[in-house]
Design a protein around this ligand. Structure first.
Ligand code: ADP
Length: 286
């Protein structure tokens, strides 16, 4: 692997930097990752063999979030393909310990980022969530986008894999008719798109960084709901978000509805243990 690491480094930085050490980094769901220590400093490299365009899309997403200027994003050096592997080389952010200020900065920064808007919901290119394809065709209406680009593609995948029954599909179809009444109108907001605790990172100065996004312009409640999927973030995060950009009333009652999308993604990625939560939400709303 050292040859691969060295080739990436030379290609990305265009100089005669030398890899001195490489340490595997765990915690990712999909890819392999290392910290590279070179003559010039430290770098974070991740790669996989299967989907070489995945990192091109991740790199575009990271740059878009970074352009908003509201949250910290590791600098992206290069994404590409070498020796049959797709890779992404980034700035290495030495991890630190999250404190109160971290959560407050994250809540405030995310709320400010969500104020970055767009004429329509979607994005000018499709991308990935985990290793699953994520369709971002522009729609003027959030509910149309949520149904056509978020629920239907994942339901089709799950159905083809035999993970859900026709009865569940029918329940989703009933739900579609109610979504306009259930989801409040919001402007399209720039979203990270895969915001769970594994995709926030803290540096040594306790500053929050966002990593591994699945970016699109969406309903900001979808992002906030996603953060609650696996236990939720610190309360200070939600207070700080609310102070900067208050949510519409009744958000708590909509969380499960928005989380149908990440739950379907998890069903397709990791199997049927996520089905129970999906069925519970469908029973509640459809
Ligand atoms: P995957 O695409 O496989 O889910 P991630 O992008 O989530 O991988 O990265 C895996 C782990 O590597 C993260 O949980 C985080 O701890 C660490 N990590 C990610 N990006 C950086 C970075 N730029 N600097 C240091 N560590 C990072």
């Amino acid at each position: 692997m050292v040859d691969f690491f060295q080739s990436v480094l030379t290609s990305a930085l265009g100089k005669n930097d030398v890899v001195l050490r490489h340490q595997p980094i765990g915690g990712g769901c999909i890819n392999q990752a290392v910290r590279l220590t070179t003559v010039s400093g430290n770098y974070f490299l991740k790669w996989n063999k299967a989907q070489v365009d995945m990192f091109e899309k991740e790199s575009l997403g990271l740059k878009l979030l970074s352009k908003s200027g509201k949250v910290s994003i590791p600098k992206v050096y290069q994404s590409g393909e070498l020796e049959g592997k797709g890779y992404l080389l980034m700035e290495y952010i030495e991890p630190g310990k999250m404190d109160r200020g971290f959560w407050q900065q994250l809540g405030n920064g995310l709320a400010e980022m969500h104020k970055s808007t767009n004429a329509q919901f979607g994005l000018n290119h499709d991308n990935y969530i985990g290793r699953l394809y994520q369709k971002n065709t522009f729609h003027a209406d959030w509910v149309d986008f949520f149904i056509n680009c978020r629920l239907i593609p994942q339901i089709k995948l799950a159905r083809n894999a035999g993970l859900i029954s026709t009865d569940i599909v029918a329940r989703f179809e009933t739900l579609y008719l109610q979504l306009n009444d259930l989801m409040p109108v919001e402007k399209p907001a720039l979203l990270h798109g895969d915001l769970w605790s594994g995709n926030i990172h803290c540096d040594q100065e306790k500053r929050p960084y966002l990593i591994d996004p699945a970016v699109y312009y969406g309903h900001r409640e979808a992002e906030l709901a996603f953060t609650q999927l696996f236990g939720g973030f610190d309360e200070l995060f939600y207070n700080s978000y609310e102070n900067t950009y208050p949510l519409m009333s009744g958000f708590d009652s909509r969380v499960d509805l928005f989380n149908l999308y990440p739950l379907l993604v998890h069903l397709n990625l990791f199997g049927s243990s996520y089905l129970g939560s999906i069925v519970n939400t469908l029973k509640k709303f459809a």
